[in-house]
Design a binder for this molecule. Structure first.
Ligand code: NAD
Length: 303
């Protein structure tokens, strides 16, 4: 029987854990972790993402500081705001919603964030620390994926993992996390030859491409675990539907476990942003962080 990896339920457990920790911190220290978001411009999808991030931050008892700037805001003004937030003791995490307008250099902006407050894990020093096995702030989407995989398998040691997609925000850090968990990792991308053959050998398949249902079920190794990061809008029977990079219907007949789209990786991404904000707070205050407290997604553990 194929296991459905329910990201929505996992994310709720993670948020409940965070809420309890935040309540504990508030009663013992009299302060709460704070997340600052910066949105530049009027991109409707970005507005929705930032609104959801801020809403969930408040729901877990943390402080949310929302900065909404017009599309004509200069790079210098964004950098000035980041410098202020870096120095602000109430702010433990800073998130710059991407993409930024074209006249602003995203790399420069991200690298201006204090690495300890870089809750998206995109700062070059966090990327370098992840790559060299040091304690880093981990990018939210791959962190959510590895949490679900650890929960499912316990140990990932020795598994053949295939990551399709090599972006800086998903594919590359995902491969690093799998490697750190002792998987044998293959990375595929748009120039990969024989993607089908690579898929057939993978015990763990992580799809992060953005092409609707590009992987059919008969490419998947029987019993494999499929983590579908892709979010694609398609028109079906006159309505807009969200589908992943994997053909869910045929894949779920072959896979041992699979994440749905929607309701798989997506909800875990925001929950991991809150997890990172709590982690940043704990590191700033030198108190045990969620990892050390023993947070696990397994029912009841660490809560
Ligand atoms: P991206 O466009 O930056 O990268 C896509 C990658 O796919 C590239 O590395 C490219 O080489 C590879 N690729 C393209 N065509 C390919 C092909 N035919 N075969 C193999 N590889 C191919 O995308 P991204 O930002 O990494 O996002 C990937 C997908 O994940 C998108 O659908 C995005 O919406 C989704 N996403 C979801 C979440 C979430 O929270 N669930 C978060 C981030 C991204």
């Amino acid at each position: 029987m194929t296991v459905l990896i329910d990201g929505k339920a996992f994310a709720k457990r993670l948020r409940d854990f965070i809420s309890l920790q935040v309540a504990d911190i508030k009663s013992s220290l009299g302060v709460v972790p704070g997340l600052a978001t910066i949105l530049v411009g009027e991109d409707p999808a970005s507005e929705v993402y930032v609104r959801n991030k801020s809403k969930q931050t408040i729901e877990t008892g943390m402080a949310s500081f929302k900065h909404t700037l017009g599309s004509a805001t200069s790079e210098a003004e964004v950098l000035k705001l980041i410098a202020q937030l870096n120095a602000d003791d109430r702010v433990h995490g800073i998130l710059v919603q991407l993409p930024l307008p074209r006249h602003i250099n995203a790399e420069k902006v991200i690298n201006a964030i204090e690495p300890a407050k870089d809750v998206d894990g995109f700062h070059v020093s966090n990327v370098g620390m992840l790559g060299t096995g040091q304690k880093a702030m981990l990018p939210c989407t791959p962190l959510g994926c590895i949490m679900m995989l650890r929960d499912h398998f316990g140990s990932l040691s020795g598994k053949n993992a295939l990551v399709v997609g090599r972006s800086n925000i998903v594919g590359k850090p995902m491969a690093q996390l799998l490697l750190a968990d002792d998987c044998t990792v293959t990375m595929a991308h748009r120039y990969t030859e024989d993607l089908e053959g690579h898929c057939r050998r993978a015990d763990i398949l992580v799809m992060a491409v953005g092409r609707p249902e590009m992987i059919p079920g008969d490419w998947i190794k029987p019993g494999a675990t499929v983590i579908d990061v892709g979010i694609n809008r398609v028109e079906r029977d006159g309505t807009t539907k969200l589908v992943g990079d994997v053909d869910f219907k045929s894949a779920s007949l072959v896979a041992g476990a699979i994440t749905p789209v929607p309701g798989g990786v997506g909800p875990m991404t925001i929950a991991c942003l809150l997890f990172n904000t709590l982690t940043a707070f704990c590191r700033a205050k030198s108190i045990p962080e969620p990892e050390e407290i023993g947070f696990s997604l397994a029912e009841g553990v660490g809560i």
